[in-house]
Ligand binder design. Structure first.
Ligand SMILES: [Zn+2]
Ligand SMILES: [Zn+2]
Length: 232
């Protein structure tokens, strides 16, 4: 597992298991937040990295979505540290195995029911900023997928909203993506946020990703026969 500091408050921890895989550690004055939890094999590496960092205890895990390669270490981390875990409320029935993900035949429980709580909302009904991270609902890859924007650092932790190729945006893996047209529509979040740096779970970071957005939309729309009206 490789640890790399990508901005003042954000570290990326990465490994390779058939495909690249990464999770993120976000530092605050009173402790750290883990964004996504990779695969079970990463548990020890994640926890010892957090301990060595000396930036305080692990306060919470926040998930981009519930696929098994993003929640794999949740069980053991929660057992070891009693940390609360959050995901978008829409994602919870899928990761608890109560409903099959769209385009999947069978429901699959990736986290024990009751462990994951819904991300908190403000009085206005918006997802609440936590650890300097503002969650944005970006459905498509999965119904309750969210990205987390660290505004102070200009870093967007985008989970599986994209992958990347040669320093540019690339589509999420089609086989595991519930609705590519919806994911394309969700990618417009880049235009709104204009992040300086984009992190994806399966691929290398992309600098100033909004500059590549038009090209990405066109290429992906063409590959999946998605009409422009979906994203314009
Ligand atoms: Zn996924
Ligand atoms: Zn994934």
């Amino acid at each position: 597992m490789k640890a790399e500091q990508i901005s003042e408050h954000v570290w990326s921890l990465s490994t390779w298991l058939v495909i690249p895989l990464r999770v993120w550690v976000v530092v605050e004055p009173d402790g750290v937040t883990l964004v996504d939890a990779g695969i079970p094999f990463l548990t020890k590496g994640i926890l010892s990295f957090i301990d060595q960092l000396g930036a305080g205890p692990l306060k919470q895990i926040v998930l981009t979505h519930g696929h098994s390669d993003h929640v794999g270490a949740v069980k053991r981390i929660v057992e070891a540290r009693k940390t609360p875990v959050f995901a978008h409320e829409i994602e919870i029935p899928y990761l608890e195995g109560k409903e099959p993900y769209p385009r999947r035949k069978k429901a699959e429980m990736t986290v024990t029911p009751g462990v994951v709580q819904p991300l908190r909302k403000t009085a206005e009904g918006e997802l609440e900023t936590t650890a300097g991270l503002t969650p944005y609902h970006t459905p498509g890859h999965s119904p309750g997928h969210v990205v987390y924007y660290h505004e102070a650092d200009g870093v967007l932790l985008a989970g599986d909203l994209f992958t990347s190729k040669a320093g540019k945006l690339n589509r999420p893996m089609p086989m595991f993506t519930a609705d590519m047209a919806e994911a394309l529509k969700s990618s417009l979040i880049l235009r709104e946020l204009q992040p300086a740096h984009l992190e994806v779970c399966h691929g290398k970071p992309v600098k100033r990703p909004a500059e590549h957005l038009d090209e990405y939309l066109q290429t992906t729309a063409r590959a999946h026969a998605i009409p422009e009206s979906v994203w314009q």
